[in-house]
Write a protein that binds this ligand. Structure first.
Ligand code: ADP
Ligand code: MG
Length: 478
């Protein structure tokens, strides 16, 4: 029997705040183990948490982007469990009143758009990092990450394949980067997800029992874990068994999932209201202020680039994948009407240069006005496209402030479309090659290419090809 895969995601986004969620410890990634800790993040008795306002601001921005309802009053809870990387013995999270409810994220798979519903977004703190395989029989604990602010985004079970999961995570990564709330780096664990997987007979409207695969921090692992889990559940059901709700771990070395712990009963966590933090209360003014700070979002950017600028999908994808190139293009578009040529210039020259030099685009040496003038010179036919790209652009990179037209002149790149000068060159070429002229006139018409080449050579590439061609035919056929 054919089965349908059903997937819901619990995505964790590590926020790029300077300090941790409930104390002033440095929240950045990569410090020497246990150097970014204080009595608060070490969970010493008697210490008190204090809320980082940035975490709230970032949560609201994500909620606004996803069209969620923002709970102007929301509150924290304790989720109790014992583990060595959780010094307090509980995680501060939001259980009863999360900051955002509802919303959706649109994904694109195989040319089809699909809307994935968001159940809610809540704020919480990260645990420390355990390393089990670096020091013989011992486990090592690094508490730098303990208390780093997270947002958890919980979806409805709307996803139907690993490709859709991939598309969701990619869209989420792009969104948090556009919002500047996280670097979205999966390798460093800034973006990771728990994947809830179930199967059901195709056509069925009821959901099957699900398993939750914990903490997948790469799309490749997620894809393999989902494939394995779908196969395992299908075989289990086909052989008359029943899927049991459990929490699984995926082992990338063996490629299989195995039970982590039973999750029959969420009450194990003994959730209760966090007594040391007052509820978060947001005013409508604060909400409005954050609304005005919202940037153009990835999908709005895409729409402008294909609608307003008429760019093909390939260009739209390349220019809007990250925010910086999109903003650079918008700035350039204010100075030039040549939208497609501007896209080509960015894609072929500007972005690769910034990439190679590893510099932020904002520091690209040539300003947008100069770039616009560069494009205008080509559009006016003053310099050929190839001469502009191969000679003028490198020169401009070396003298970013020189007027492009003056540079073209000094490099002797201005196209000769002046028929008088060109006619002289053409005549010279014809006089120098009497045999070819005779053969052309006897019918070997493709010799036109040879003459074009000779004229180009004599004019050192400056002859306007169209005018040259017309002139040659006129003379040869006279
Ligand atoms: P819990 O409270 O036990 O964590 P939730 O109802 O909050 O369970 O769901 C957690 C995640 O599991 C959500 O992302 C949800 O979409 C997903 N989920 C729920 N039921 C299923 C199912 N039958 N198959 C796949 N995913 C599911
Ligand atoms: Mg849950």
């Amino acid at each position: 029997m054919p089965y349908e895969t059903v997937i819901g995601l619990e995505t964790h986004v590590q926020l790029s705040t300077h300090s941790k969620a409930f104390c002033g410890d440095d929240a950045s990634f990569g410090g020497a183990p246990n150097t970014q800790v204080s009595p608060v993040s070490l969970g010493f008795p008697g210490t008190l948490p204090r809320l980082n306002e940035k975490q709230v601001e970032y949560a609201v921005k994500l909620g606004l982007a996803l069209g969620s309802k923002i709970n102007l009053v929301n509150s924290f809870d304790r989720k109790n469990y014992f583990y060595a990387d959780l010094p307090k013995g509980y995680q501060i999270t939001q259980d009863r009143q999360p900051i955002c409810v509802g919303g959706q994220l649109k994904i694109h798979v195989k040319g089809r758009e699909k809307s994935v519903r968001i159940h809610h977004i809540h704020m919480e703190e990260d645990a420390g990092k355990s390393m089990h395989d670096t020091d013989g029989p011992y486990s090592l604990i690094d508490l730098n990450r303990a208390g780093v602010p997270l947002l958890e985004i919980v979806t409805e079970p709307d996803l139907r394949s690993a490709e859709e999961v991939d598309a969701f995570m990619t869209a989420m990564r792009q969104l948090v980067r556009y919002l500047h709330i996280s670097d979205g780096n999966m390798e460093q664990g800034s973006l990771r997800c728990d994947v809830n997987v179930s199967i059901r007979p195709e056509g069925s409207t009821e959901f099957g029992e699900r398993c939750e695969i914990k903490n997948l921090n790469s799309m490749r692992y997620a894809r393999r874990a989902i494939a394995y889990e779908v196969k395992r559940q299908t075989q289990l059901v086909e052989s008359g068994g029943q899927v049991r709700q459990e929490t699984l771990n995926f082992n990338p070395e063996t490629g299989i999932t195995s039970p982590l712990r039973d999750k029959e009963d969420a009450h194990d966590y003994r959730y209760f209201p966090e007594p040391d933090l007052p509820p978060v209360v947001l005013s409508t003014e604060e909400l409005r202020k954050l609304q005005t700070e919202m940037p153009t979002l990835p999908w709005q950017m895409r729409e402008r680039f294909s609608g307003e600028f008429g760019l093909p999908e390939y260009d739209v994808n390349l220019l809007t994948e990250e925010q910086a190139p999109a903003l650079f293009y918008l700035e350039l578009s204010r100075h030039t009407p040549h939208y497609k040529a501007a896209a080509n210039l960015l894609i072929n020259k500007v972005l690769p240069y910034a990439d190679e030099q590893n510099i932020p685009l904002e520091t690209f040496p040539v300003g947008v006005k100069q770039l616009a003038e560069f494009l205008q010179i080509i559009a006016d036919g003053k310099v050929s496209n190839s001469a502009a790209y191969q000679q003028l652009f490198p020169a401009l990179m070396e003298q970013p402030d020189a007027p492009p037209l003056t540079l073209a002149e000094s490099l002797n790149l201005l196209q000769t479309s002046d028929e008088g000068a060109l006619e002289q060159i053409v005549e010279q070429v014809l006089t120098d090659n009497p045999d070819e002229v005779a053969r052309y006139q006897k019918g070997k018409k493709n010799l036109i290419g040879f003459f074009m080449g000779q004229v180009m050579k004599a004019s050192r590439g400056k002859a306007d090809p169209k005018v040259t061609n017309a002139l040659l035919r006129r003379k040869l056929e006279a």
